[in-house]
Design a protein around this ligand. Structure first.
Ligand SMILES: *Cc1c(COP(=O)(O)O)cnc(C)c1O
Length: 380
């Protein structure tokens, strides 16, 4: 029976014939698997037995890769120790030193550093282009160009990437397209079906959903994922069984969390627009028929003092992450964009008043009341 999205999100774990038939999958908190005799051990290498050593594979980490791949509509997936290691494994699966990669100007800070500080040093060539006009990507293409890397929805100003246009360019020039789908999640957007070759997640965010785990997932074709898997094994970027188990528990409630968080976000975005003097409210439009995601950014503009705003947020925590069940805020100027040069920040529109809000599952009225109090306190 083929299952729909909400059902797949709950029933993705593989039955491995465990004899006690526990209702939830056990945590295989083990570094390795034991064998009866040499012939039994040989059965791992002939493919009859699945697991040898946790760095290679483990039932819990396999579940996470498989579960997210199913939701993305991709044939294969692998879980990794973090979003960053998923990105690295993806790049190393699709390109080699000497290859040229095109990335957007408004890239997630950690990913920007990975390209600028690590990959360039290892011999990859990287060009940064302003993806707001896809012609800039076309202009950056060189004979050595191998891949285009982008984010489905960008941080912190929530620009929706034109994945269709990127896919057209990638097809025309025989390039690999990698999309970071962390912000929309497969609940709202499935870039693999739109032509992306690899889709990446920081499962630390919405997949885990409870801010209690660092993890990553990479999904794509059998061929690319098996290449990525070799890299993950060799560099030791595997995820621990317990973290995988937590992320799987999170994944089961992805649909209900995303629905509620997006509903709250839509109400809050409307409230900021209609009832406050915030200079700009950033909230995606037409992301999907299920909604526009759970992230909002605002620019406090000239009418509110950012320092006063941040000191009167009450139960809303100030953090450097996003996507948990609780509403949180972050300040890009002193976290994600701290090292970004002033002129780039200006080009992107990130100011001293930019506030990123990750909307949680609380009562929308309470969220509005708390932001309203903070804005009143911050009013100049
Ligand atoms: C957080 C994040 C990452 C990095 O993930 P980690 O789990 O922190 O390694 C990559 N891309 C995006 C869009 C993110 O938000």
């Amino acid at each position: 029976m083929s299952k729909r999205f909400d059902t797949k999100a709950v029933h993705f774990q593989q039955d491995d014939g465990e004899k006690n038939k526990s209702k939830t999958k056990p945590i295989y908190q083990t570094s390795s698997f034991a064998f009866q005799d040499l012939q039994d051990m040989e059965s791992y290498f002939t493919g009859e037995k699945e697991h040898l050593y946790t760095r290679y594979s483990n039932p819990n980490t396999d579940d996470l890769g498989f579960g997210v791949a199913q939701l993305e509509g991709a044939p294969a997936g692998i879980a990794t120790s973090s979003g960053m290691s998923a990105i690295l494994a993806g790049i190393l699966a699709a390109a080699s030193p000497g290859d040229h990669i095109i990335v957007p100007l408004d890239l997630y800070g950690g990913t920007y550093q990975l390209f600028q500080q690590e990959l360039q040093e290892w011999g990859f060539e990287v060009s940064v282009a302003d993806f707001r006009d896809p012609q800039n990507i076309e202009k950056a293409i060189q004979p050595k160009t191998r891949l285009i890397y982008a984010e489905a929805v960008t941080n912190p100003l929530l620009r929706q990437e034109n994945i269709q246009a990127l896919n057209d360019i990638a097809l025309r020039h025989h390039l690999t397209l990698i999309i970071d789908n962390t912000f929309p999640t497969p609940y709202f957007l499935q870039p693999y079906a739109m032509g992306a070759d690899l889709v990446i997640h920081s499962a630390t965010k919405y997949i885990g959903g409870h801010s209690d785990v660092s993890a990553g997932v990479l999904t794509g074709s059998e061929e690319l994922i098996s290449r990525a898997k070799k890299r993950v094994i060799n560099i030791g970027a595997n995820l621990s069984p317990f973290e995988a188990w937590l992320a799987c528990r999170g994944l089961k409630t992805l649909s209900v969390r995303m629905a509620k968080q997006a509903e709250n976000a839509a109400v809050l975005a409307r409230w900021f627009k209609d009832n406050t003097e915030a200079a700009t409210v950033y909230y995606p439009k037409d992301l999907s028929e299920k909604g526009n995601g759970a992230m909002i950014s605002i620019d406090l503009g000239t009418k509110y003092d950012p320092a006063l705003f941040f000191e009167s947020l009450g139960w809303i925590k100030i953090v450097a992450t996003l996507a948990g069940v609780e509403t949180t805020v972050s300040y890009p100027l002193n976290t994600s964009h701290r090292t970004v040069p002033e002129e780039v920040r200006q080009q992107l529109g990130i100011t001293a008043g930019t506030v990123r809000i990750s909307v949680g599952i609380e009562d929308a009225e309470d969220i509005i009341t708390q932001f309203s109090a903070a804005l009143q306190h911050a009013k100049k």
